[in-house]
Design a protein around this ligand. Structure first.
Ligand SMILES: [Zn+2]
Ligand SMILES: [Zn+2]
Length: 452
């Protein structure tokens, strides 16, 4: 390419112009994903849409990673350098009463991930502007990743039994598979609601967690004529839930403990003593150590329920997510660009210890490489509820697409000087192998026969 070298500011301007020019197409892509919601590891239509877009954009890519993941690869035109991933999450939640829910599966984008696919593709389009990509070193990896929402635990355990996955979160599994081995820096942006005058929020942290699949086995019997012959698995579970709630006074405020779950099976017929009762439970806390302590306490409660009525309990503990650790230098690049785009007063940086209570597998990735996970405005309603909808696509898709494109330009222009600095300043908390080992050690199956 013979275009003269443009300044970094000029490159950013060109990338943003491309995004503006294709704005309607980018927003329509997000809306197409919204209209076809699919829960984790089942995002086949969504992955197909991304594959088609990669194809159209001439991006070399590989699909079927951790079942549905899709990884593009775009070499910069200015020689070798670090690789930066721009991540978008493919999956939806299941919220049957959501206005955009799939009428058959109940899947719904009640966490705004459809916007992430839009912004990831939008940022990529901006970066593919010929005069921009020709001046970037290293590589860009637009990466559509599956299964961030840790739901449908029993179905995912079946997938694990069938050998389709080992870890039940998308980025966890992609890390294990080595799909992040060739990536140096990772970034994404998540939509948020109720941000007031703010357009972007960054910093803070998230809870770590482990996940439980708990199965109580009792003895069925006629609930009217022979209840004394039965062992009531539902009573065992409800006793366990009360025991878990009684732990509340032991939770330290700084640990932001959240222990919650659902019953996915509560018996089969009202006329029979319930003999098969299943729970999916989540133990979240600010630090991995607190997660372990609270997980042990919760297991005790599950056993207490079994002991009370003499039911059997099987507790499967599943490795969950690690707390988010933003790379401060990467985050600062993001912050400066956000300030340029939307102004200082619209850009919030939360203190590192501010914990939002939720969890993300971006936390896992942030333990092994420089990562950041800011939030962009554009939604209304509480996250994960039927009221969570995107009302401002400019904020939810276009602004973050521009910022992520500009962050990549800052990182990879000028011989990838800033990317190299981010990389060399970063001290990973875990190596990939240590991460996989740590997570494998969380996995456990405990059986208790309910005998005193
Ligand atoms: Zn979510
Ligand atoms: Zn989310």
């Amino acid at each position: 390419m013979t275009t003269p070298n443009l300044s970094i500011e000029e490159l950013k301007k060109r990338a943003c112009e491309t995004i503006d020019k294709r704005k309607k197409e980018i927003i329509d892509l997000a809306k197409q994903v919204l209209a076809n919601p699919e829960a984790g590891f089942r995002e086949f239509k969504t992955a197909q849409l991304v594959a088609q877009k990669f194809q159209e954009l001439g991006i070399q890519h590989q699909g079927g990673l951790a079942v549905t993941g899709l990884k593009g690869r775009i070499p910069g035109g200015a020689g070798s350098g670090p690789t930066v991933a721009v991540i978008g999450e493919l999956d939806s939640l299941v919220v049957t009463e959501h206005p955009h829910a799939d009428p058959v599966t109940g899947a719904a984008h009640a966490c705004g991930h459809h916007c992430q696919i839009g912004m990831m593709l939008g940022a990529t389009m901006g970066l593919l502007t010929p005069e921009v990509i020709s001046q970037l070193s290293g590589q860009i990896v637009p990466f559509a990743v599956p299964a961030e929402e840790f739901i449908e635990v029993e179905q995912r355990l079946e997938m694990r039994d069938q050998g389709k996955v080992e870890f039940l979160g998308g980025k966890q599994e992609l890390i294990r598979l080595g799909e992040f081995d060739d990536i140096d820096i990772a970034m994404m942006c998540h939509t948020a609601s109720d941000m007031g005058e703010r357009k972007f929020a960054m910093g803070g942290t998230s809870n770590g967690h482990v996940v439980k699949f708990v199965r109580y086995t009792g003895v069925g019997a006629h609930a009217g004529s022979l209840p004394h012959r039965g062992v009531n698995a539902l009573n065992a579970a409800s006793f366990a839930i009360q025991a878990i709630n009684s732990l509340r006074e032991t939770h330290k405020a700084d640990d932001t403990v959240r222990i919650h779950g659902i019953m996915t099976r509560g018996g089969a017929a009202v006329s029979a003593v319930p003999s098969d009762v299943r729970l999916e439970w989540r133990v979240r806390s600010a630090t991995p150590n607190a997660v372990v302590e609270n997980s042990i306490a919760v297991d005790r409660c599950f056993r207490a329920g079994a002991l009370a009525v003499g039911a059997k309990v099987n507790i499967t503990t599943i490795p969950g997510y690690l707390p988010m650790r933003h790379d401060t230098k990467l985050q600062d690049i993001f912050r400066r660009i956000a300030v340029d785009l939307v102004g200082e007063s619209a850009t919030l940086v939360m203190p590192a210890r501010r914990n939002r209570g939720g969890s993300t597998d971006m936390g896992d990735l942030s333990h092994i490489m420089p990562s950041c996970h800011p939030y962009t405005d554009g939604a209304v309603g509480p996250g994960h509820s039927s009221e969570y909808v995107i009302t401002d696509y400019e904020s939810a898709v276009i602004n973050p697409a521009k910022i992520m494109a500009m962050v990549v330009i800052d990182l990879l222009a000028d011989g990838a000087k800033q990317a190299k600095e981010v990389k060399s300043n970063h001290r990973p908390l875990l190596t990939k192998n240590a991460y996989v080992k740590f997570q494998r050690e969380q996995a456990e199956v405990a059986e208790f026969d309910g005998a005193a």
